[in-house]
Design a protein around this ligand. Sequence first.
Ligand code: MTE
Ligand code: MO
Length: 365
Amino acid sequence: MRLDEISTPSRVAADDEGVSTAELGLAARNHGMPLEAMRYDLTPPGLHYLLIHYDIPFVDESAWTLRVLGEVDRPLTLDLATLKAMPARTVRATMECAGNGRARLEPRPVSQPWLVEAVGTAEWTGVPLRDVLTAAGVRPSAVDVVFTGADHGVERGVEQDYQRKLTVAEAGDPDVLLAYAMNGAPLAPQHGFPLRLLVPGWYGMTNVKWLSRIEVLASAFEGFQQKAYVVRQRADEPGEPITRIAPRALVIPPGFPDFMTRGRVVRPGPVTLEGRAWSGRAPVTLVEVSVDGGATWAEATLAPDGGHRWAWRRWTHEWQATPGSYAVTARATTADGEVQPVDQPWNRGGFVNNAVHQIPVTCLA
Ligand SMILES: Nc1nc2c(c(=O)[nH]1)N[C@H]1C(S)=C(S)[C@@H](COP(=O)(O)O)O[C@H]1N2
Ligand SMILES: [Mo]
């Protein structure tokens, strides 16, 4: 047997093909954030979404070290106590999986079948990456910085440690952290204990968990996960690399749900529609709400960002509900004029689908 016989290539589902038990298995391991948890500024423990390509590695803190090597004058081996003794920084960041929205694409790329719930917000504490790189003395020849996790698996026939890179310039951003705490507590095993990379504003795949090694290269890194996270229409094109989070607004589902369909029920009268909006590109400056599936829009009230540039912002909108059927939706616009699309931005990997999300709501008589 060869690895490529047990590990299948990426593919797109047939028109009438339902989600398979393999996709269900991924969805059960990699759970989303229940949308009602958008009521919290910081996603409470256990409610933040999870995405783990392989297994959660078991890491013994007393034996763990981080190695910094490659194009540096002083290769380092750091334990957790040494990292925690360095000046720390805390950044509040909304993290979102690049595959969020994938299962709503038609046709559906077969992979982790996210609807819209692959998001969460946390306060991450750690050492600025650039302080560690400065301590190691990055050489002028350096081009890319490669981050390796302790997890190992096979994907599309390629056996690998999970690895992603930043360019030297991207790695120098003072908000990029080697984080050992999430919301003031040590990282949970599923979120990367004992150390993960945190790159505020970038899609999830960049934030390498269970960090074991940082290698500075004098050439461009072309690892599997660099080539996998690209927007492409055909399997044989190189595609556009995925970096920063596209703007998105989501609605906290109003009223109460039907158990099976999760369709919503409200009673006539005032209903406060509420949600969050975020962008890793230009900041969100406008949120609009529609109760008729996007036929008409009203401007929502956007709360101040409180100095948290990389975190979602709360928005509210008062709605006078009268008996009938509604499709409640919201859309975000950024300072650059980027507006969330109504039509799906389809691509083979099912990435960066920030098309507006509609929630069916019934107002009782
Ligand atoms: N080592 C490692 N890091 C990883 C991953 C992984 O599978 N292995 N998944 C990435 C992806 S695709 C996402 S979306 C985020 C999810 O982070 P979370 O599970 O803490 O929400 O972690 C990223 N970091
Ligand atoms: Mo992801």
